[in-house]
Design a protein around this ligand. Structure first.
Ligand SMILES: C[S@@+](CC[C@H](N)C(=O)[O-])C[C@H]1O[C@@H](n2cnc3c(N)ncnc32)[C@H](O)[C@@H]1O
Length: 300
């Protein structure tokens, strides 16, 4: 895997630190108790998904859309990106354990995509499953010469992203950025389009880089179409920060991905879509029950 990214442990740790409530010692009893409880709940969910499917409706595209229409809501609310948020999760990074908010991992995901853009210098970049559009807008302010587009399944996400683009970027988002922002108006040039990854509304080879951040995770039901479409519209590289099977081998993590019907491709599945992995890393904080890592692949 020859591509290397110029991002080091110190930069990653600095991006993570503001989201951390505390580090947890190995063998901590509360932590172990919570993990055991989670494990039981997730195994039950995986069992019900497999054997009592009428109880479960997830994994279908219409349901994913309904869920996210609700998650994104009717109004732009970027307070979920406030680093002072007290919500805490069980997160591991290598051998270390933390109670951080989910923003720590999300900032690190952005740092990795930024490092990739530094390495590849793409002209046109697409985010598939762009949600509220904050990734693409912050990256646009970091790299004003790059043309960014986001494609998103929900009407609410697409609309909120377009409304946000039309005004100065909210301060809470600027503070959330894990890198310096060099052009405060560049987010206005990001294109936001409503559409599905199953049938991307773009010409073949339209983008030098196509990336996803925990969006394929919702697309297990349309996985082959989504990967084929990403490969089709890409003419250079794809980057996916997703729960590849390679990072979800433990019983706890398998129960999570199976129970929730989440993306479960392995890195080794990518060549079937004309994508050759050139870099992969799991060096990032992840929920204890859910492994997410970065895979960069070249279209060949
Ligand atoms: C967990 S959110 C991540 C959003 C964004 N990438 C981020 O990092 O904040 C997943 C997003 O993928 C979108 N999504 C799910 N299925 C999709 C599909 N078939 N096509 C396009 N977007 C989709 C959802 O609507 C949601 O906005």
């Amino acid at each position: 895997m020859p591509l290397s990214l110029a991002v080091n442990r110190e930069q990653l740790a600095a991006a993570f630190a503001p989201a951390v409530h505390r580090e947890v010692a190995a063998g901590d009893r509360d932590w172990s108790k919570t993990v055991r409880r989670l494990h039981l709940a997730l195994r039950w969910k995986a069992f019900a998904t497999r054997w009592l499917p009428w109880l479960e409706r997830r994994g279908q595209s219409a349901t994913v859309r309904e869920t996210y229409e609700e998650v994104w809501g009717a109004q732009a609310d970027f307070h979920k990106f406030d680093l002072a948020k007290r919500e805490k999760q069980l997160v591991v990074w290598g051998e270390r354990q933390f109670y951080p908010s989910q923003l720590g991992a999300k900032r690190i995901h952005l740092l990795y995509i930024a490092a990739l853009i530094e390495a590849l210098r793409p002209g046109r970049v697409l985010e598939v499953g762009s949600g509220l559009g904050q990734n693409a807008m912050l990256l646009a302010q970091r790299f004003p010469d790059v043309q960014f587009t986001g494609v998103e399944l929900t009407a609410q996400g697409t609309r909120i992203a377009a409304v946000t683009r039309a005004a100065p970027l909210p301060e809470v988002l600027q503070r959330y950025a894990p890198f310096p922002l060099s052009d405060a108006s560049a987010h206005a040039r990001v294109g936001f389009v409503r559409g599905s990854a199953a049938q991307l509304p773009f010409a073949s080879s339209a983008f030098d880089l196509v990336y996803t951040v925990q969006a394929l995770e919702q697309m297990e039901a349309i996985r082959p179409q989504a990967l084929s479409e990403i490969a089709r519209v890409c003419r250079g590289h794809t980057a996916m920060i997703e729960p590849f099977r390679d990072w979800n081998q433990t019983s706890l993590r398998r129960a999570k991905t199976q129970g929730w019907g989440l993306f479960s491709a392995a890195i080794a599945d990518l060549p079937a879509f004309g994508l050759t992995a050139v870099h992969s890393t799991g060096d990032m904080p992840m929920k204890v029950y859910y492994g997410v890592g970065l895979v960069v692949a070249e279209k060949r």
